[in-house]
Ligand binder design. Structure first.
Ligand SMILES: [Zn+2]
Ligand SMILES: [Zn+2]
Length: 167
């Protein structure tokens, strides 16, 4: 057996982190790395100490925003970047692993924080049947490398995104 690639290790961690999300509409995980070391992690959810969507809105689910996502949550990418910033780690030049292609709001933050590369697993646009991932398009247009993760045979991580927003 070959050794797992760092891409596999970090994406598997992101997939597992997504399962920690309390949101009912979508579960997304993110891992922020630099020089193959982890500098931060995150998953989507309201700011710590505010809401736990699954406990507060059982059954009905989180209040939705205009796109059908949880309106209270910070996105996984935002949580990962905020944690690094709060703790004084520079994210400039970092690589971000995320289980779902970034939305346009996250893309603006990723670009502004000078993150070099984004590797995503599932495509939000593909899932929703819309023509383009606008976050991915934005990042590429302004020079951030964006690649779609190709799962290796060594891993058995789910090929379906967990609990994506239903329209
Ligand atoms: Zn929620
Ligand atoms: Zn986002």
């Amino acid at each position: 057996m070959g050794k797992p690639r760092f891409d596999d290790i970090f994406m598997e961690l992101a997939v597992n982190l997504a399962k920690r999300s309390h949101c009912i509409k979508a579960q997304v995980g993110a891992v922020l790395t630099k020089d193959t070391r982890i500098i931060s992690i995150g998953y989507n959810g309201p700011p710590a100490g505010t809401h736990n969507c699954d406990e507060e809105f059982p059954g009905v689910g989180c209040p939705r925003d205009s796109k059908g996502s949880c309106s209270l949550a910070l996105h996984a990418e935002q949580n990962a970047i905020l944690y690094a910033a709060k703790n004084g780690s520079s994210v400039e030049g970092a690589t971000l692993y995320v289980t779902l292609s970034p939305c346009i709001a996250c893309a603006r933050i990723i670009f502004s924080m000078k993150i070099d590369r984004v590797i995503y697993y599932h495509s939000y646009a593909e899932y929703k049947g819309i023509p383009v991932d606008e976050g991915v398009e934005f990042l590429r247009r302004f020079g951030v490398t964006v690649d779609r993760y190709e799962p290796s045979e060594l891993l058995s991580i789910p090929s379906e995104p967990s609990l994506l927003p239903v329209s």
